[in-house]
Design a protein around this ligand. Sequence first.
Ligand SMILES: C[S@@+](CC[C@H](N)C(=O)[O-])C[C@H]1O[C@@H](n2cnc3c(N)ncnc32)[C@H](O)[C@@H]1O
Length: 261
Amino acid sequence: MARGSLIVVGTGIRLAQQCTPEARDAIEAADVVFAVVPDPIAEHWLGTLNANIVSLQPLYGGDRTRTETYEAMTDAILDGVRAAKRVCAVFYGHPGVFVTPSHEAVRRARAEGFDAHLLPGISAEDCLYADLGVDPGRLGCQSYEATDFIVNARKIDTTAVLIIWQIAVAGELTLRVLAPDARRLAVLVKVLLEDYPPHHVVIVYEAATLPITEAKIQALPLRELHTATVSQLSTLYIPPLSRPQPSPRRLALLKDMRAAT
Ligand SMILES: C[S@@+](CC[C@H](N)C(=O)[O-])C[C@H]1O[C@@H](n2cnc3c(N)ncnc32)[C@H](O)[C@@H]1O
């Protein structure tokens, strides 16, 4: 009897152009494709690769919290695998970056003895590096989800890049609201002002999602961040404040090591 299997792939951010060949192959070869992509154009494009597309996007909203939506998505994917289908689950961007049901579906499918894996894709952060000319290897980089960043007392390194995801829902604790709110953004500003000066210029970034559109790049002083136009696709980029300082103690450790050899 045929065994079900699961492969989780990403479309990349810019429709069609950033979908990797291996992700495209997986979409084409599947018996059923469960899709969480942000707009009907993307769904239509998936339909040109495989006739059996099931959109999981309608699971957002209603009276579900985001946690309940992710659980319903995971269940739908797993039901397909248990029904002995070759299932492909498609998420936009990189399917394993800031996506809960993708990792959870792979974990549960494996726990139930099915073949399951996740392929890498092009994430919003990858697009940001290209569009803003940022090399995380040169500057160092920290990446956080906005509500996590507000709620948890994390230690920030202001000599490295800071990227904050999901600023539209920053501080949205009910997990039911998706629309941005300037008052919640103002709280994010207050938290950032603990480490950065008010005049520090930050960027609200939105990568192009269609081949015919351009990235949206809004640069403004941190103190005005709550006045920016923010959508569910916005990511906040905060450049370093200063350069890191070498540690004499650590340099001495290396010197001692060289002297001992
Ligand atoms: C649920 S996460 C999905 C991330 C996606 N899996 C990826 O690999 O980029 C949604 C967040 O990703 C970021 N994002 C999604 N699309 C974006 C875009 N076109 N430009 C910039 N950031 C984007 C935003 O921070 C948004 O709130």
